[in-house]
Design a protein around this ligand. Structure first.
Ligand code: GLA
Length: 407
């Protein structure tokens, strides 16, 4: 490891061993509730490789699941009582399932309770919905890596199995989106829940947000000597919710001005003429981001379909860079920590680097040669020390599988 100024050394962390985590959680469930769980389920966090702030405009996204997962040990009970505990929190949550209603539950329990609530159409009228649940999470919190979606999706897998609901993966995606949007009151666009349930190992997921249809896209970095470095800037998320809603409104205003249902319907070839029809310069820039970003997803997928990522790495990297620049200049969802991290990664030789997730803090990704991951992390850390931006955290992850049963 290289020595950093002021002694700040970057460390790359990986996710903990999965089967041991699941086994330990099962044991803890027995300690907490006094009997063994029916099973343990898990779901991953995600990074979005490209296709940012387009899901709520029917766009295309290209996420991959990361190896960091949230685990849920659970058992069905013969009552209607939902009991929730977490190894990461002192909160003890208990509520009758029939009393669950939007905005009645606060904090992390809302993401589990909300899923049970959203799955209600799949229960038969007389079926009780009682369950005991113990959560253990390894998706970094507040890092823009979808820890809340991971919790929702692990819970959805557990409830499907406990109650034999007969839901499809897409039913569970929709229930998790409803849990987050309608129950917890966070109006997200569906990218995170789709990724956490539908991603598969070794692949990125091409997600068409118009109908949530998906296609696996090979994203085999490891065998090509490449790695995706994830840097959680730890920058404080400020005004996230308000700004997110404001961006959604701007893009809706742009679609209205252009007379189309969503910006997905704007032909990128005619973008310049279309933009002239939008009077407000801010709304015009928002539209330019969404339309060009959807095209960048198409371009990345076309490059990856030509063969190994190795042969296309420069072009893919350039598209990642263009995505970040558009999010910084046109969509205005970056903050200094994200821009500094991206600039430092590029200067250290990354093929491409961009913010990932909602922005206003959170994480960046950098596509790097595997043997440059450490040096790139160090370069970002040094830039943060220099600019007094605090201490970032680093992860490396191969594309992991989606939600499922552990044991
Ligand atoms: C957040 C939301 C997603 C998506 C991204 C931006 O992660 O939860 O639905 O809108 O921001 O791409």
């Amino acid at each position: 490891m290289t020595t950093a100024p002021h002694g700040a050394a970057a460390e790359l962390s990986t996710a903990p061993d999965r089967s041991r985590t699941a086994e330990a959680l099962s044991d803890r469930f027995t300690d907490v509730y006094g009997y063994a769980p029916d099973g343990v389920w898990s779901a991953p966090g995600r990074v979005n490789i490209i296709g940012e702030h387009v899901d709520y405009q029917d766009g295309l996204c290209l996420p991959m699941a990361i190896e960091h997962r949230t685990f849920v040990a659970a058992a069905r009970t013969p009552t209607d009582l939902l009991r929730l505990r977490s190894l990461q929190s002192d909160v003890v949550f208990e509520m009758q399932a029939k009393d669950l209603a939007p905005e009645k539950v606060e904090g992390w329990p809302a993401y589990v309770a909300g899923v049970l609530w959203a799955l209600r159409p799949f229960f038969s009228g007389s079926q009780t919905r009682g369950a005991d649940v113990l959560v253990d999470g390894y998706v970094p919190l507040g890092a823009g890596l979808s820890s809340s979606a991971a919790l929702e999706c692990a819970a959805a897998e557990a409830f499907e199995a406990l109650f034999s609901l007969g839901t499809t993966p897409l039913d569970r995606v929709r229930a998790c989106i409803s849990a987050e949007t309608d129950f917890a009151g966070a109006p997200t666009g569906g990218l995170d829940q789709s990724a956490s349930i539908l991603c598969s190992e070794g692949n990125a997921l091409l997600l068409d947000c118009r109908d949530l249809s998906t296609r696996d896209v090979p994203w085999d970095l490891g065998s090509q000597g490449l790695a995706l470095l994830i840097c959680d800037t730890r920058a404080e998320h400020s005004h996230v919710d308000g700004e997110y809603v404001a961006r959604r409104r701007d893009s809706e205003a742009a679609a209205r001005a252009l007379g189309v249902p969503t910006l997905r319907d704007v032909d990128p070839a005619g973008l310049d003429q279309a933009l002239e029809r939008i009077e407000d310069p801010t709304v015009r820039r928002r539209a330019r981001h969404v339309v060009t970003e959807i095209q960048r997803v198409r371009d990345v997928v076309a490059l990856l379909s030509r063969g190994s990522i190795r042969a296309q790495v420069d072009e893919v990297g350039a598209l990642l860079n263009a995505s970040h620049d558009s999010l910084r200049d046109d969509y205005e969802v970056t903050v200094p920590a994200l821009d500094v991290a991206v600039d430092a990664a590029r200067a250290a030789g990354a093929h491409g680097a961009r913010m990932t997730g909602g922005g206003f803090g959170g994480s960046i990704i950098a596509l790097v040669e595997s043997d440059r991951a450490q040096a790139t992390a160090q370069a970002i850390t040094d830039a943060f020390v220099e600019q007094d931006l605090g201490t970032p955290e680093f992860f490396v992850s191969l594309p992991a599988d989606g939600a499922g049963q552990e044991r």
